[in-house]
Design a protein around this ligand. Structure first.
Ligand code: ADP
Length: 381
């Protein structure tokens, strides 16, 4: 029975913290590997200090658990492959992580499986890309993405004109067409080993133009039924073609011409699903646990329109954000505050989030305004 298993999680950031909190409701036994003061350290059953990208650390950790999952894709895959051979249940499976970890292989996977995504080319170095650009002057504008290790907008450069060439990254990368985006959407989908599939309605993500970070998320996403259905079909197709087990976040672009393109996938819970904690019957974190333990997947319907606003470190912020600094904000009714317990704030660092429920999108957007106003007065000196 997987439910009696010792569960291991690679990475102890905020996603793991919320996963542990969901696990605590069911009295599950959860062990985490990350650094000593990571956000999950205060809520997991056991913390093992180690480096999730190191073969030996992951192998040693994995050998002490029955089921292994993760909160970040940048982990040592060779160790996971060895652990699978030794009988540890790993969800998502190592061979699917190998594809997802590398944005180049991800794009190749979309192409091979006729999943719509923008056109791309792969390059090994900056020099190779510059040589290509010197012969293909018409290729601008484009987006360059580091194949490995990028997240939260890091490792992504929007090259709109030759004036932006100085931004070009020197690493194995892909370049793809710059999409004229109408909306950025995400569909979070889960599949358990018994092959039950369940997905949330699409969420609408709005990004900060400067930092490329998710600013707010709203469900329902205000797209028409046909697009909603297409987005769900794409997510199901990806999960099936990939042989994926666990929880998968599928980020998509709805273009100005009404086309749906897959941007990228993440083999874990996602910032665009935080509002499922209070907004949906089953949170994305509980759903991940249900999926990896081969339990029946939970109901993904939303109780009401729901939104999420990230609390991000501002310029000048230093220490952690304290609840005592947020007392005025807590006077706003119908909000749910989550702080991640990070010891230091830095500009652009995700420090927490707030979920709001409302009767309408307008009500949620009005609440976002109020919250932004309060947050702008708060600093974490
Ligand atoms: P990350 O792994 O950091 O989330 P993404 O691939 O999601 O990186 O890119 C971050 C953001 O950059 C996207 O949410 C989108 O706003 C913008 N972006 C990425 N790819 C494209 C593209 N091909 N065309 C236009 N904008 C893009």
């Amino acid at each position: 029975m997987l439910i009696e298993s010792k569960i291991g999680i690679l990475g102890g950031g905020q996603l793991c913290r919320m996963l542990c909190m969901a696990g605590a409701s069911w009295n599950l036994n959860i062990k985490v590997m990350d650094s000593k003061e990571c956000p999950a350290s205060s809520v997991c059953n056991e913390l093992v200090v180690g480096n999730i990208t190191e073969y030996q650390d992951v192998l040693d950790f994995g050998r002490t658990v029955d089921v292994l999952t993760l909160e970040i894709e940048n982990v040592n895959i060779e160790a996971l492959e060895q652990l699978e051979k030794e009988g540890v249940k790993i969800f998502p499976k190592a061979h699917t992580l190998r594809i997802i970890q590398d944005k180049g292989l991800q794009k190749q996977f979309y192409k091979n499986n006729s999943i719509p995504s923008s056109e791309f080319k792969l390059f090994s170095t900056k020099l190779e890309l510059e040589e290509f650009l010197s012969t293909q002057k018409t290729f601008v504008p484009f987006v360059q993405k580091s194949r490995i290790g990028g997240y939260d907008g890091r490792g992504v450069e929007l090259i709109k004109s030759p004036d932006d060439f100085f931004k070009i990254l020197d690493c194995p990368s892909l370049i793809e067409d710059l999409v004229e985006i109408d909306k950025e959407l995400s569909v979070i989908i889960a599949k358990n080993p018994s092959e039950q599939i369940s997905y949330y309605p699409a969420a609408l993500m709005k990004f900060d133009q400067q930092t490329n970070l998710v600013n707010t998320v709203i469900t329902p996403s205000q797209i028409n039924n046909e697009t909603e259905q297409k987005a769900q079909e794409l997510a199901i197709n990806i999960v099936n073609q990939l042989d994926f087990v666990g929880i998968l976040s599928v980020e998509m672009f709805l273009t100005k011409t009404g086309q749906l393109l897959v941007n990228e996938i993440a083999p874990r819970t996602h910032n665009s699903g935080h509002h499922t904690i209070e907004g949906a019957v089953t949170s994305q974190f509980e759903q991940q646990l249900r999926a990896i333990l081969d339990l029946p997947l939970g109901d993904t319907s939303f109780l009401k329109p729901a939104g999420m606003l990230n609390i991000v470190g501002k310029v000048g912020d230093q220490n952690k954000i304290n609840i005592k600094d947020l007392q005025e904000l807590l006077k706003i009714p119908n909000i749910h505050l989550h702080l991640y317990g990070k010891k230091e704030s830095r500009p652009g660092r995700k420090m927490g989030h707030i979920t709001v429920l409302g009767e309408s999108i307008e009500e949620i957007e009005a609440l976002f305004k109020k919250l932004n106003n309060e947050l702008s007065k708060t600093s974490s000196k």
